[in-house]
Design a binder for this molecule. Structure first.
Ligand code: GLU
Length: 545
């Protein structure tokens, strides 16, 4: 077979060469250890936590080393493509604060190693496909779907490995140029297959996360170009990561089994292999057993879940960092005031057993993250989220901006910061009592206090109430009325001699708290009163006279 002629028959319109591409996409001029990496999501409309998980690793490795992090859209699978999916993906990454230096953007591409959408790179793949054909490394395969099914059945029956290789590949491998031309002329559809060696050798791949992987060398005539000329994942991955000059490939462990094909292609083309990092599958514990997160059963696999629940991006990042690097939590304790970007992420500390997505753990991390934010920052994050997901509350936040910021600041001054806030959704609930429009009488008054005592207490409380009193002056008055009403001022006195009192100051303060906030569980009464302002305080108390 004259492979030059075959290449002309298969790719008559392709005139570029690998050397042209080498020149068009030169080696990047970066520091010696700079990491260049990417995420390569498929635009299926479903953006999952795994996309962000891998993005966090890539982003950190690239930006910690003054490298480049880019977004490549892997849209070769027409069947899975969904309208608007690229926009959804970009906006999700944007929401979670993933910063790309180059790649696909909402309005086109940015960067000089593009196009960054695989469907737009057909010309590049065809140059390499033609080159491989000239080298005798490929052949057109005219097997029909029915023939492939029959082969699969035969292999099943004989308990052989599935795929096109050895004798199963023979028929198409040995077609003459004339036969190929005839088939093409007759309009038969073909795919371009890699001409593999019949080998039983092994290969070693050094995975940065998993260490050395020993695998059988590829002996499959796998598909490089599908019948529409679009590459398979395998071919596109090798071509793209070479010409986009990726130093690292971070992807899910489900790709490990196809590594031999990728290694074979890199070797055949004489290109350097990137460092592979195959990341652990996301798991959860259910009924005491670990299992893979499932798109159908587990809403938390979708990135949209975290947006809808209002879990702030920083919390999701810190949660993923705790999953990814076993020393992150320790670092966080030692550096409570640092930005998580200051943490030195390392591949070596990654775990290879499944990453456990534990929503209780996420809640704890999120509480910590929110407790470290200033009231202004909380206000901004909450308002932005509400504008999208709770517009009524967004309107209140904007109408009462000052009050909202003061409310968010309650319990933040001292050494022990309150951890009332879990996420934006729950924050709306939590803050709702600060505004008359969203106030609800949630809890009943303490049973220990009779109606007449309650009225008497509030009468005296209102008579003595001075909004400008400081916290201790305010509390002195509360104690005074408490005592006069026959309630114990010291809770422990009540505990020791309950028969001597009608109740304790705890019942009294609960009552004030419930009157002011509608709930038994709320922050410090004096602080809350200061935030509410005199008018609202008086109105809410008068209702109980
Ligand atoms: N398109 C592949 C996926 O969605 C990306 C794998 C890779 O990063 O190479 O799984």
């Amino acid at each position: 077979m004259n492979y030059q002629e075959l290449a002309e028959v298969l790719f008559p319109d392709v005139s570029g060469t690998p050397a042209d591409l080498e020149q068009r996409f030169p080696e990047r001029q970066l520091a010696e250890h700079a990491v260049v990496t990417r995420i390569g999501p498929s635009p299926t409309g479903f953006v999952h936590l795994g996309n962000l998980y891998n993005a966090v690793i890539g982003e950190r490795l690239a930006h910690q080393s003054e490298g480049v992090f880019y977004l490549r859209i892997e849209d070769t699978d027409e069947k899975r493509k969904v309208e608007g999916a690229v926009e959804t993906l970009i906006s999700a990454m944007n929401y979670f604060g993933v910063h790309f230096d180059e790649g696909a953007t909402a309005d086109g591409d940015s960067g000089s190693y593009g196009p960054y959408r695989q469907r737009q790179r057909k010309e590049i793949y065809h140059i390499i496909a033609k080159y491989l054909t000239q080298q005798g490394k490929t052949y057109p395969c005219f097997l029909t779907a029915e023939e492939i099914d029959a082969i699969r059945e035969e292999q099943k029956a004989k308990q052989e490995n599935p795929g096109i290789y050895g004798t199963y590949a023979e028929k198409n491998r040995s077609l003459s140029l004339a036969q190929i031309q005839e088939n093409i002329k007759a309009g038969k559809s073909w795919v371009l297959r890699f001409r593999a060696e019949d080998t039983e050798e092994s290969i070693l791949v050094n995975d940065a996360v998993r260490g050395e992987l020993k695998m059988p060398r590829n002996n499959m005539d796998f598909v490089l170009l599908k019948s529409d000329g679009i590459p398979t994942y395998h071919f596109a991955h090798v071509v793209d990561d070479h010409f986009m000059r990726s130093t690292h490939v971070i992807r899910g462990e489900e790709w490990i089994s196809s590594l031999p094909m990728h290694v074979e292609l890199f070797n055949t083309l004489g290109w350097n292999q990137p460092v592979y990092c195959h990341t652990a599958t996301l798991m959860k514990i259910e009924d005491g057993k670990k299992r893979k997160l499932s798109k159908r059963k587990d809403p938390e696999l979708a990135l949209a879940y975290y947006q809808q629940e209002g879990i702030c991006p920083e919390a999701v990042w810190e949660f993923l960092l705790t999953l990814l690097n076993s020393n992150f939590e320790e670092w966080r304790l030692a550096n409570p005031d640092s930005d998580y970007h200051d943490f030195q992420y390392t591949i070596e500390k990654m775990s290879i057993s499944g990453a456990l997505v534990d929503l209780d753990k996420l809640r704890d991390v999120s509480k910590e993250v929110l407790s470290r934010m200033t009231a202004e920052k909380l206000y901004q994050g909450l308002s932005a989220w509400c504008q999208e997901y709770q517009t009524d509350f967004a309107a209140l936040l904007s109408k009462y901006q000052d009050r909202a910021i003061k409310a968010l600041n309650v319990g933040r001054g001292g050494a022990k910061v309150r951890k009332d806030l879990e996420n934006w959704k729950q924050s709306c609930q939590f803050l709702s009592f600060y505004f008359d429009e969203s106030f609800k009488q949630q809890d009943a008054m303490p049973e220990e206090i009779s109606e007449s005592d309650r009225k008497e207490f509030f009468k005296a409380y209102l008579e003595s109430y001075q909004h400008s009193d400081d916290s201790s002056a305010w509390f002195a008055k509360v104690k005074d009325i408490t005592e006069k009403l026959g309630y114990a001022v010291k809770p422990k006195d009540f505990k020791k001699h309950p028969e001597d009192y009608k109740g304790s100051i705890i019942h009294i303060t609960n009552m004030i708290r419930i009157a002011l906030t509608g709930r038994a569980n709320a922050p410090d009464i004096w602080e809350v009163s200061q935030v509410l302002g005199e008018e609202i305080v008086l109105n809410r108390l008068k209702k109980w006279l």
